[in-house]
Each structure stands twice: as structure tokens, then as C-alpha cells.
Design a binder for this molecule. Structure first.
Ligand code: NI
Length: 389
């Protein structure tokens, strides 16, 4: 079966690249993936796979094998980022307001290739494969949650997904048992002081000074409130205030992110951030408006599904492709699927020769990873169904 698959994958490779480049040229951001969705839909319907729309621009396609057996879902995210592409690749984005700078164009091509390979083998397995093409992974609250609320996981026994991963060499696989990706929360603060002339600071309440103390004071959360063996991040992303060098502004606004794996640490950090913000402002006679928004839950892989995935990597790509990796502080809404059904999420290396990280405007991926990833995804579905006949 594997040798047979490898031969078909070879023939599929030019198509995988063509599909990926077509998506790359036509990127669409969260819930605007209309063209993207219709291209995928037509492709699946041509394979005689029935497709239904979920979460506005998402798709759920059901491939039926022989009667009986289990049901396994495979997921790809389909949205691009609101970013102008840089660089001069021949398949550069034709949309000046968006680019596939995270690799989701590759995810779609991989899952389409997987659908084709599995549809050619539907007489050879028992059960069903459900392909989930999920919109809006990049924008909280994310498309996964909405798809689940609309019922995409009904009847699903297990789910697998992957992310093409620039930090790993092409064709290698990184996976973590248990928590692999963090909960990415967002917060914003408006420090309200009293504006005045830069030459008369004593008549003002200077929000720039207060905001500076606030940024410094919150650094003690990770260093003094959190167990040093537990990973937590508190980072500020924007500080905005003022118009000209000689005016003390009336207010300064800041935004930032908190990353955690442990729900009890998440609530501790949220509470300390609020306290330090309010008390720092109070100490200087300013007031604070504090807002906190929880992101996706931490992504937690199921142990038995990780073991299954590792077996499949060994069978399809070879044991030497497995990389021992640490969890990352990035977030991913695949986490919602894993809260509902057993499954695993993997990082698939595509970093050979790629110098720009995910979300960089000149991001690109080593397309040699595409056929290997499609082989792995196909293997995951077949292995799960074989074990659950
Ligand atoms: Ni991504």
C-alpha cells in the first residue's frame, strides 16, 4: 500500500505545486475566502465527494469507503493574512492587501492531494474520511469554533491536522505529547492622565511616564509571580500616544499578548496584569481602562493519537524524520477540535532554504514538503481507519 502511494504521490507533485501557487496568487483573509472555497469545492465535487458549507466559507466533505468502520477527520485552514507581500516570486500575491504568509496555501494543496489519493482508494478501506477546510484561523475567535458549533464533528472519532513549519528542515515532523501550543490572549490598556505643556509637567498628569512604569512593572509577573519552571509570556506589542515633542498628551494606549499553557496560570496572569495596571496608574494620579480578551485554548495532543501518528511517520517517511521538539508559545484554533475529539496536530518541516519566518511579508515555503505531507496525511487516515475497522 505504501509503495503504491509513493508512486501516486510522485505523479501528484506537479499538481500540488500548481494548486498551492494558485492559492498563493489569490489569497483571501478570514471569512472572505470565497474564491478559495469555491475552487476547493469544485475540486472535491469533481472527485465525487459530497461537500457542505460550514462557518460561511468553510467546507466539510465526506468520503465514504466501504460500509462500517470509523470516521476520521483531516483539517486544513484556508485563510491568508492581511499583509502586503514582499519579494519577487513568480507566483506573488495578486491581492495587495493579503498574502499567504503562514503556509495555509500549502495546507489546502496537501489536503486536496490527500482527498484525491484517498478517493482513488475508497474500495480499500472501511469507514469515512471527513475533510475539513476551515476558514479564519488567524483571527480570534477563529473558524474552528464556529464550525464545531455548526456540527462538523458529528460522528467524528478522531481528527488530525498539520502546520507546515519553517523552523524545521523539509520533510521532518515535530510533535509533542500533551500541550504543544499556548493559549494566545490579547489585552489593551488606556492610561488616562491630564495633558499639558511639555515645559510645565507639574501641571499635568503625564501618561507617558505612567505607561513607561506600567510596562516595567508588569515584567515582574513572569519573573516574580510565576513558577520559573512554567512557561508564560507577557509582551507589549504597541504603545501609542502624543502628537508633538512639546506637548504632554492626555492619554497613552498600549496593547499586548499573554501566552500560557496552564489555565490556573492564565487567570493568575490576567489578575496580576489588571492589578498592576490599575495600581500603577493610581500611584501617579492617572486612571486605567483595562480590557482582556481570551484567545484560543492551549492545543493539547492526545497521547494515543500521537503514538499512532509517530507510527505512520515511521511507515511513510522513516523514523529518522521525527524531531524531538519543545512546545511553542504560538496559538492555533485546532485546539478547539482537540477539546472535543481525540486527535493530534503536527508540525511538518518545510524550512530548507527558507530564510523568512511565518507571518513575514516575504515568507515562502519549500514545496518539496507538499508531497511528503500529503503522503503522511493519507497514511494517518488509512492507519486510523484500519485500526478501527
Ligand atoms: Ni498558520
Amino acid at each position: 500500500m505504501i509503495e503504491d502511494l509513493k508512486k501516486d504521490i510522485k505523479e501528484l507533485t506537479p499538481l500540488l505545486i500548481e494548486w498551492r501557487r494558485d492559492f498563493h496568487r489569490h489569497p483571501e483573509i478570514g471569512y472572505e475566502e470565497h474564491r478559495t472555497s469555491s475552487v476547493i469545492r469544485k475540486f472535491l465535487e469533481d472527485l465525487d465527494i459530497s461537500v457542505k458549507v460550514y462557518a460561511k466559507t468553510g467546507l466539510r466533505a465526506v468520503l465514504k469507503g466501504k460500509p462500517g468502520g470509523g470516521t476520521v477527520a483531516l483539517r486544513a485552514d484556508i485563510d491568508a493574512l492581511p499583509l502586503k507581500e514582499e519579494g519577487d516570486k513568480e507566483y506573488k500575491s495578486e491581492n495587495p492587501e493579503a498574502t499567504h504568509a503562514c503556509g495555509h496555501d500549502g495546507h489546502m494543496a496537501i489536503l486536496m492531494g490527500t482527498a484525491r489519493l484517498l478517493s482513488q482508494r475508497k474500495e480499500q478501506f472501511k469507514g469515512k474520511v471527513i475533510f475539513l477546510f476551515q476558514p479564519s484561523e488567524e483571527i480570534i475567535p477563529g473558524g474552528a469554533k464556529k464550525m464545531i458549533e455548526e456540527g462538523v464533528l458529528e460522528g467524528v472519532d478522531a481528527i488530525f491536522g498539520l502546520h507546515l513549519w519553517q523552523p524545521l528542515p523539509t520533510g521532518t515532523v515535530g510533535i509533542v505529547k500533551g500541550a504543544m501550543m499556548a493559549q494566545p490572549d490579547a489585552f489593551s490598556v488606556t492610561v488616562k492622565g491630564k495633558g499639558g505643556h511639555g515645559s510645565m509637567p507639574h501641571t499635568a498628569v503625564d501618561p507617558i511616564l505612567v505607561a513607561s512604569h506600567l510596562v516595567v512593572n508588569t515584567q515582574s509577573i513572569v519573573s516574580r509571580n510565576v513558577d520559573p519552571l512554567k512557561p508564560v509570556v507577557v509582551s507589549f506589542g504597541t504603545v501609542k500616544g502624543g502628537t508633538i515633542y512639546n506637548i504632554i498628551p492626555g492619554e497613552v494606549s498600549l496593547t499586548g499578548t499573554v501566552r500560557t499553557f496552564d489555565p490556573s496560570l492564565q487567570s493568575l496572569v490576567e489578575r496580576r496584569l489588571k492589578e498592576i495596571t490599575e495600581e500603577t496608574c493610581k500611584a501617579f494620579g492617572a486612571t486605567a481602562e483595562f480590557q482582556y480578551e481570551k484567545g484560543y485554548p492551549p492545543l493539547v495532543n492526545h497521547e494515543a493519537m500521537v503514538d499512532l501518528a509517530l507510527d505512520v511517520v515511521k511507515k511513510t517517511l522513516g523514523e529518522e524524520r521525527i524531531r524531538d521538539i519543545d512546545p511553542v508559545m504560538g496559538g492555533e484554533d485546532f485546539a478547539y477540535f482537540l477539546e472535543k475529539v481525540p486527535g493530534a496536530f503536527l508540525f511538518f518541516g518545510m524550512g530548507d532554504g527558507m530564510e523568512f519566518p511565518h507571518h513575514h511579508p516575504a515568507f515562502d515555503l519549500d514545496e518539496k514538503a507538499l508531497p511528503q505531507a500529503a503522503l503522511l496525511m493519507t497514511g494517518l487516515a488509512l492507519e486510523f481507519l484500519q485500526r478501527n475497522e
